[in-house]
Design a protein around this ligand. Structure first.
Ligand code: AMP
Length: 271
């Protein structure tokens, strides 16, 4: 390598470091401390409220696609639910710099199931359902709290574990995708072009959201699986940025699934 090339590379790197240094602090990636118990400086710009179509998420997280065309669902036993009631995947503080959510911001803040009283648990079971039926009680809530809730706790509105769960459920009730789509005439049990579905979301919320699809390895159908709504720090809707339709193919129809009925003993599908 010639001296001139080395000097040019050096100059380029200096420029790059200077550019990153001049970025406002909130657009920089938080530095993770060497001490795993330390609190990470994790300011964030917006929240993602991720909601799922429970039936489809259940097929996906349990790899139960063989039940796809069955009249009953081997998913949660307390399955009877309104088709319009989507459930929470999580509330994720995110930042614009990386267009990603933050994670595990405070490793000393542990999940404490004792803080969830019976009334809140009942709400969580219905609206923030563990569709994997995890081996350990509260596993899904623990995961979401330790990964995302610990990043939200720096904001008064969401500080405290109980408060984080309670407020997220309030947001879900206010912004439930199933009910907002119904007002646009988009109903479970139907198939839609991606643009048609997307337009309904934009009309319903006045903002762009991320739409995620799950593809059945059995039939190749693509199901609407998740919608990620983006909100500013006052919980007002904002346009999501970045790739909005990453996992959905625009060439194929989107299936918006209905919930199947609960399986009786006779109809239970072997898992
Ligand atoms: P996250 O890290 O917040 O993106 O969550 C991803 C993890 O949560 C994966 O292990 C998923 O399989 C799991 N997961 C997503 N939704 C659910 C759900 N409703 N019930 C149980 N596990 C879920």
């Amino acid at each position: 390598m010639s001296l001139r090339t080395i000097l040019s590379i050096g100059a380029l790197l200096t420029l790059l470091f200077a550019a990153v240094d001049s970025l406002p602090k909130k657009y920089r990636k938080p530095k993770l401390p060497a001490d795993p118990d330390a609190i990470v400086d994790t300011d964030f710009d917006y929240y993602v409220l991720a909601q799922v179509v429970p039936q489809v998420q259940c097929y996906k997280v349990n790899n139960l696609w063989k039940a796809e065309n069955s009249s009953c669902s081997p998913c949660a036993s307390s399955w009877a639910r309104n088709d319009l009631d989507w459930t929470v995947h999580g509330l994720w503080p995110s930042n614009l710099y990386s267009d990603r959510f933050l994670g595990n911001c405070n490793r000393t803040a542990r999940f404490d199931g004792e803080q969830l009283d019976a009334a809140l648990r009942a709400q969580l079971e219905y609206h923030w359902t563990d569709l994997k039926r995890a081996a350990y009680r509260d596993d899904f809530w623990r995961h979401e709290w330790e990964k995302h809730g610990t990043c939200a706790m720096r904001v008064d509105a969401l500080s405290g574990m109980r408060n984080y769960f309670q407020r997220t459920i309030e947001l879900l009730k206010r912004f439930n995708v199933g009910h907002h789509l119904e007002k646009q005439g988009v109903m479970p049990g139907n198939h839609y072009d991606f643009d048609e579905f997307n337009d309904a979301i934009v009309k319903a919320y006045g903002a762009r959201a991320k739409i995620k699809c799950a593809k059945s390895p059995t039939t190749g159908k693509q199901y609407v699986n998740e919608v990620h709504l983006c909100m500013d720090r006052s919980f007002e809707m904002i346009d999501c940025t970045g790739v909005l339709a990453g996992s959905c193919s625009k060439k194929k129809k989107l299936t918006y699934a209905k919930n199947a009925n609960q399986c009786t003993n006779k109809t239970v599908i072997n898992e």
